[in-house]
Design a protein around this ligand. Sequence first.
Ligand code: CA
Ligand code: CA
Ligand code: CA
Length: 302
Amino acid sequence: MKAKPIRFLWTIALFAAALHARPVVAAVTVYGEASSTGPTVTVQVFADISKTPLLSFGVRVLYDSQSLYVVSAAQNTALWYFSNPTGQLPYMAPNTSKPGEVFILGGRLDSSNPLQGVTGTHVLLGTVVFGRWNNNALRFSVILGRDAAFANFVGTDGTVFDTGAGAVVFNAVQPDPADTDLDGLPDEWEIHYFGSISRYTWSDDPDGDGFNNRSEYVADTIPTDKTSFLRIVRASPTKDGVTIEWQGGIQATQYLQRNTTLGGKDAWVDIYTNQLPTATTGSYTDMTGAATTLFYRLRATR
Ligand SMILES: [Ca+2]
Ligand SMILES: [Ca+2]
Ligand SMILES: [Ca+2]
């Protein structure tokens, strides 16, 4: 069928209007993603670099020093490095000396291709790991590294993208969508057991079994049942070894480990891996042969 010319013209007009109304595209959009294991909170800083490849960046991650302290801070050295023909050179480490902020500076100057720069979306700039002083609610932000006249975001063509229309844009730091309150417990898990994400946090032990909620989550045991937690129940000598029996959860991989000494002299060795889904009780016979003193422990990961 022949297209109606009027409708065709309308389409062009609408398309042109849409193009005209488009906001200025930022050269660089910087944003953070936060996640928590309970005791630690990690903020990763990313950039979408849409115009010119970047030769350098400078950002500050702001945090509440009453709630958190910095455990480690690193730039993504896989992408941001200086090199000469003999190899990669050490680059300035993130500055954590001022409480409440981490300054991360990165540059890419590869001697084999000096103007290559870095481009792409969801490009990792750096990672900061925090420890908690307490379980306060957390908020982070990412802002420009050093103030003018320092040039933080510089493109391979020499353009400085620090300020101005279409330059660098900072978006909010988003918490892990599975753990929006960053308390180290998946929200779905909290709602399933406690009916709410705000009732308890990772370090609480509402059933009083000695295992906090994070440990119960990691072992997939029941945080509202004081008989449900990860433990070795019994060790029974047999003719050629010892049978270890334990109880635990279902959706966590279990590792039975053995050591010949306690106190860190020797390493713990995995002697049996129980793949999920695991039964809530398990057992393994360790054929140790000659009588000797051995130590066992059970570990679970998820
Ligand atoms: Ca949560
Ligand atoms: Ca518990
Ligand atoms: Ca329990």
